[in-house]
Design a protein around this ligand. Structure first.
Ligand SMILES: [Cu+2]
Length: 371
């Protein structure tokens, strides 16, 4: 006798059918949610990987080895590059940038956080202010062909193609839904990270800077009530040789480069960053003892992008496992929780030897408990 027929005999049929109904409805979009609207543009900017001009990890000027990556010279671009990034505006006029609060200063060149909870709807008005086509392709959330933001031979046409490559000065409306399967899974914490990026020649687009985070919570709205503070870190070796702007950067920041394929020149443009900051230049990683913090980790890049984020002085929980080092591959998206129990200024860095030398290091500071 099956469990079902046994329960049926016991008169539990109504209960079972209502349970079935519930599980069906939680798989559809029947859940009541809210609509979250974002105005995001792709903008051209100049990005400084080390705005303090110093190695803040050691508290000194850059040495010879570090200058390979950061020093502007006759035939070296240095630490500032023309890039394109996603930025959030207050409304559809795209006249006023939304200010990024101190809490999110650490995001660096990452685009604005797109947040929603399970059952919610995300609406994005995307304006392409660049001179080249761009798109917004999301991971994790539910999209139809008109909101996928990726160009390939998928047999679509018309409106279902318009999202793939948004032309310069054009605008596109993306709609992303958040069913159960876009939210935290059974072993996940109460919110998780996804990302969006331009899919118009994806490697070049992401190296150029067109990448941003999505946070999806179990609760509607995109926030998790069981944490006090969130941090997001992208670990990637940004290959500035492979962006839309390499020629412009050579022109603007050098006195001319004879051979852009020269190994030393090439190496000098591999920026081993955390959110686009090298050698401890990432600002805003300040928090308080006792706070429950959630760290969203994003990997991106090529075969050299095997990163192992490591926190000093603390441990984190990853889906129930306790670690102090995480593993990130290109396009990995991982969420870990840390309870701060140790005051001080601590290293937060990639543990790959070559990446340590090249500057993939930040500092975080745990201040005394908030009174
Ligand atoms: Cu690394």
């Amino acid at each position: 006798m099956t469990v079902f027929s046994r329960l049926k005999r016991l008169g539990f049929t109504a209960l079972i059918s209502s349970l079935l109904m519930f599980s069906l409805s939680s798989n559809t979009f029947a859940k009541e949610g809210i609509t979250l609207t974002y105005y995001i543009a792709a903008d051209e900017i100049e990005w400084d990987y080390a705005p303090t001009g110093q190695n803040k990890i050691m508290g000194r000027d850059f040495n010879e080895d570090e200058n390979v990556f950061v020093k502007q010279q006759n035939n070296r671009i240095g630490k500032t590059y023309i890039k394109s990034i996603y930025r959030e505006y207050t409304d559809a006029s795209f006249k006023t940038l939304k200010t990024r609060t101190a809490e999110w200063e650490h995001l660096g060149y990452l685009g604005p956080i797109v947040r929603a909870g399970v059952g919610d709807t995300i609406k994005i008005t995307f304006k392409n202010n660049l001179s080249i086509p761009a798109s917004m392709h999301p991971h994790g959330v539910f999209y139809t062909k008109s909101s996928e933001g990726a160009m390939y031979n998928d047999g679509t046409s018309g409106a279902d193609k318009a999202d793939d490559m948004v032309k310069p000065n054009a605008t596109h409306h993306y709609e992303w839904l958040v069913p159960e399967r876009a939210g935290p899974g059974p072993n996940d914490p109460s919110s998780i990270v996804w990302m969006y990026h331009s899919h118009v020649s994806s490697p070049m687009a992401t190296n150029s800077g067109l990448i941003g985070p999505i946070i999806i919570s179990k609760e509607s709205g995109g926030y998790a009530s069981d944490i006090d503070r969130e941090f997001i870190t992208l670990f990637t070796v940004t290959d500035e040789n492979d962006t839309y702007y390499i020629d412009q950067n050579i022109e603007k920041y050098t006195n001319g480069v004879e051979d852009a394929d020269d190994d030393d020149f090439y190496e000098s443009n591999l920026m081993h960053g955390m959110n686009g900051y090298v050698y401890g230049n990432q600002p805003g990683l300040t928090m308080h003892k006792g706070e429950r913090t959630r760290w969203y980790l994003i990997g991106m890049g090529t075969e050299v992008d095997l990163h192992t984020p490591h926190w000093h002085g603390h441990t984190v929980l990853h889906n129930g496992n306790r670690v102090d080092v995480m593993e990130l591959m290109p396009a990995s998206l991982k969420t870990v929780d840390m309870t701060l129990d140790n005051e001080g200024t601590w290293l937060y860095h990639c543990h790959v030897n070559d990446h340590i030398k090249a500057g993939m290091l930040s500092l975080f500071t745990v201040l005394p408990e908030k009174k």
